[in-house]
Design a protein around this ligand. Structure first.
Ligand SMILES: Cc1cc2nc3c(=O)[nH]c(=O)nc-3n(C[C@H](O)[C@H](O)[C@H](O)COP(=O)(O)O)c2cc1C
Length: 348
């Protein structure tokens, strides 16, 4: 895959993000709340493992399981190959895939070539486009439609990342008018609009307000996995203001489980998805049992994709197996049965 036209600062920022996100110090271990959730074991499931069907509907489509690859990288030298690997494995295993921020495509017409090239090779992949709130506020719906068209996207994701924008030397912490811009996009775009965080979760107040925007989905993407305060902190100079602030905010956010439970209470007009710290098919099953319609995974997917297509395929196969085991061992034939069976308890 050809590289995009070179902008050294953009290229090195994206490479730094991948390297630092994979560093264990960028992970907010133990804060997702997932270790508080236990699925209840059924010694007599009255099922054969082969009868377990983890398939679900999303929008007007079907997916092999409720798991999807959460938005990561796009628009730089290494991203074409990584995205091709992820797209091929997702197509093969019937997982939807969020792509990384398409911001660069707004001002570099070459950047969308990455997707037209990939599309030729993975005609059946289901992609979610991606743009940040701060960019959306300053972009017309026509330009966002262009991003979605380049991908042939099923839906468009708007990501919210106020903490990261504060800690990035080149950040744009300019969110005034964000809700209005989301509402405008949901009204004018010819595809479903989703809103996600990037690892800090959503409060009840924001989740209430999102009812009025017309978005189809909110992915809470809570605290507990990749933490962008920590990632950006790793990029700034030791002793600098931003390095110190990143350290102060290293555990900022709302845990994935708490944010999911709050969202399920608040949501009246959108579906609730979850991500943030999902590190196994069992973690995904816990969030599905609590009520998440779909569950996103980012960092482990990137880590495996860097090791190649075989490694990523093996990872997703393991996640699927673990997810099916959770259905079987709770006596649930389908995800709907897992959800309706109240097959979970909070331990602490
Ligand atoms: C390398 C990397 C790049 C990311 N880039 C984006 C992005 O461009 N847009 C976005 O919405 N989220 C982005 N994210 C955030 C993820 O989609 C996800 O919300 C977050 O990492 C929590 O999931 P995890 O704990 O499984 O990593 C990125 C995550 C990683 C690891």
């Amino acid at each position: 895959m050809s590289s995009m036209s070179s902008d050294p600062s953009f290229e090195s920022r994206k490479a730094d993000h991948i390297r630092l996100a994979l560093d264990p110090r960028a992970q907010a271990h133990g804060t997702s709340g997932l270790d508080r959730v236990r699925l209840v074991h059924e010694a007599l499931p009255e099922l054969d493992f082969a009868q377990v069907d983890p398939g679900v509907r999303f929008f007007s489509d079907r997916s092999a399981t409720p798991m999807f690859v959460s938005s990561m990288t796009a628009g730089h030298a290494a991203s074409g190959n990584l995205n091709l690997i992820m797209a091929r494995v997702c197509e093969k295993r019937n997982w939807p895939m969020g792509v990384g921020s398409q911001r660069r495509e707004l001002f570099d017409s070459n950047a969308s070539r990455e997707w037209t090239e990939i599309r030729k090779q993975v005609k059946g992949a289901r992609f979610f486009g991606n743009i940040g709130v701060a960019q959306l506020i300053r972009t017309t719906t026509g330009d966002i439609r262009r991003l979605a068209d380049a991908l042939e996207a099923t839906a468009m994701i708007v990501h919210a990342n106020p903490l990261q924008e504060c800690l990035q030397p080149e950040g744009t912490p300019e969110f005034a008018g964000g809700l209005r811009a989301i509402e405008r996009l949901a009204r004018e775009l010819d595809r479903p609009v989703m809103v996600k965080e990037t690892g800090c979760g959503f409060s009840g107040r924001t989740l209430e307000r999102l009812n009025e925007t017309g978005v189809a989905v909110v992915d809470v993407s809570g605290l507990g996995g990749t933490h962008w305060g920590r990632v950006e902190g790793g990029r700034s100079e030791v002793g600098s203001k931003l390095r110190g602030a990143a350290e102060t905010y290293r555990d900022w956010g709302i845990g994935t489980v708490d944010s999911l439970l709050t969202a399920l209470r608040a949501a009246r007009r959108y579906e609730v998805w979850a991500s943030g710290g999902v590190r196994s098919g069992l973690d995904a099953a816990k969030l599905a049992a609590l009520g998440a319609a779909m569950v996103g995974i980012a960092k482990p997917v990137m880590e495996a994709a860097l090791d190649g297509e075989g490694a990523l395929d093996a990872l997703l196969e393991r996640f699927e197996y673990e997810f099916k085991m959770a259905l079987f061992c709770t006596g649930s034939r389908t995800v709907a049965e897992l959800r309706e069976g109240n097959a979970w308890e909070l331990t602490k």
